[in-house]
Design a protein around this ligand. Structure first.
Ligand code: ADP
Length: 302
């Protein structure tokens, strides 16, 4: 478990992290979501003792990172995949990491195998593609077999195959009972990867909830509808829902304020054929606007 309490970080006049409190639970993939500059990397660096909080604290399994004797056994992290000596082979890089943490050399081959890098273990890490570098970074994080793992924007720049591999690997780590904390600025990515979300904006906590609940709460119902009797359906919906004026090229239109089952039943009861009825996943931008608006209104009413 990772626990932050009143965690705050100032860089000169910039407040990077602002009174952040949250808990990341074991056995689940928890997404750390927020736009670029929200304070995700700074928070992760503080978890790892690479940055010192201005106020507050963050612990891993109840302990401060700096008090850990052999930290790689407690928490493993991938912050920057290119953080390797380019002339070292993948195996030499991991051997060096293992030695500095009193980890037996045979563990290096185990983690190379886990991430599928055994065939290229002798190649120079500097010649690796981004996807291979990410795997090497993950192998390094796994060296000490830690209960807690953190990944900072691990799928940035990866191809679909690489993204899928990372996503599945994270689920596997969580299924083994580990705490998996992964940051991203993309809600669509997190929606497919994380079961829980910690959402921040401008260094502050916006939400801590399950992914499904976050999307549901933060975005207005929006349903894409296509029907050969579109005009009739639009008439029926008028007054009960907000129907977008503009139709897409294929004749589809978006309905707000009612869910897909309401529209489906309304159409059925009037004998209207539907060619499409698809709830739209809200975008992160919408979610942020909605949540920020609410918090502004809440404070204004204080
Ligand atoms: P994220 O990872 O969510 O993109 P960061 O934690 O990198 O956000 O950055 C949060 C804020 O703190 C940004 O405004 C960034 O410019 C600032 N920041 C981060 N690291 C430093 C630093 N070492 N010195 C000064 N400002 C920093």
């Amino acid at each position: 478990m990772i626990e932050a309490t009143g965690l705050t970080k100032h860089y000169g006049g910039t407040v990077a992290v602002d009174d952040l409190s949250f808990a990341v639970q074991p056995g689940r993939v928890t997404g750390f979501l927020g736009p670029n500059g929200a304070g995700k990397s700074t928070t992760m660096r503080m978890v790892l003792g690479l940055d010192h909080p201005t106020r507050g604290r963050v612990t891993v399994d109840g302990r401060d990172y700096r008090s850990l004797h052999r930290p790689l056994h407690v928490v493993g992290a991938l912050l920057d995949a290119k953080w390797v000596h380019p002339n070292r082979s993948a195996r030499a890089h991991l051997q060096w990491l293992a030695r500095s943490n009193e980890i037996p050399a045979k563990r290096v081959d185990e983690v190379l195998d886990l991430v599928g890098l055994t065939p290229v273990a002798k190649r120079r890490a500097g010649s690796f593609s981004l996807g291979m570098s990410q795997r090497l970074g993950i192998a390094g994080a796994l060296l000490g077999d830690p209960k807690v793992l953190m990944f900072d924007e691990p799928v940035n720049g990866l191809d679909p195959e690489g993204i899928l591999w990372i996503r599945q690997f994270m689920h596997r780590l969580a299924d083994e009972g580990r705490t998996v904390f992964v940051s991203s600025h993309l809600l669509s990515e997190m929606a497919q990867t994380a079961q829980d979300l910690i959402v921040i904006g401008r260094g502050r906590l916006i939400a801590q909830t399950s992914t499904a609940q976050f999307i549901k709460d933060a975005t207005e119902d929006a349903v894409r509808v296509r029907s050969p009797q579109a005009d009739r359906l639009r008439e029926l919906l008028a007054g009960r829902a907000r129907v977008a004026e503009a139709a897409a090229e294929d004749g589809a239109f978006v309905v707000h304020g009612v869910d897909s089952s309401f529209i489906g039943e309304l159409a059925a009861s009037h004998g209207i054929t539907l060619h499409e009825l698809s709830p739209q996943l809200g975008s992160l931008e919408e979610a942020f606007m909605q949540l920020t608006k609410e918090s502004v209104e809440y404070h204004a009413a204080d």
